[in-house]
Design a protein around this ligand. Structure first.
Ligand SMILES: [Fe+2]
Ligand SMILES: [Fe+2]
Length: 142
């Protein structure tokens, strides 16, 4: 079976969860280099969202009204996630602890929508050629 967009993005989501879990564990232990782990997470999550925006959303935008509505919601989510991440980054400058619960809640809702109402539908609705083109674009951005 050919690779699906959902599978590729799910792998990324899993990786980002591991990074968030790692930060939480380090925060509980009081690890000194929490900022390094957080910087790394911020870099990876920004990279993931940029790939989605540049390789997928912008490519689909003109396709359909329904697509545009979903994409607007996803872009709003990304802005909220960026704000939450920036706030946490500021907090970390004055503290060696961090509480990711708000970020994780927002992330989980976003991820749930992407995996269960967006990428799964893309895989079903796009023809093989267009799907392959998007997968190529995702790989180019890595
Ligand atoms: Fe996203
Ligand atoms: Fe995503």
């Amino acid at each position: 079976m050919a690779e699906t967009i959902l599978e590729i993005m799910k792998k990324d989501h899993l990786h980002l969860h591991e990074l968030m879990d790692g930060i939480e564990k380090e925060s509980i232990k009081g690890v000194a280099n929490l900022e390094d782990s957080f910087d790394n997470f911020k870099f990876e999550v920004e990279n993931h969202m940029l790939i989605e925006e540049k390789a997928i959303f912008s490519y689909l935008e003109e396709d359909s009204e329904a697509g545009r509505i979903s994409i607007n919601r996803l872009l709003e989510d990304h802005e909220l996630l960026r704000e939450l991440i920036n706030e946490l980054e500021l907090e970390l400058q004055n503290s060696s602890e961090v509480d990711l619960s708000n970020l994780k809640d927002a992330w989980d809702a976003h991820e749930n929508f992407e995996e269960n109402s967006f990428y799964d539908r893309l895989d079903e609705e796009l023809d093989t050629g267009k799907k392959q083109e998007i997968i190529e674009r995702i790989k180019e951005f890595r």
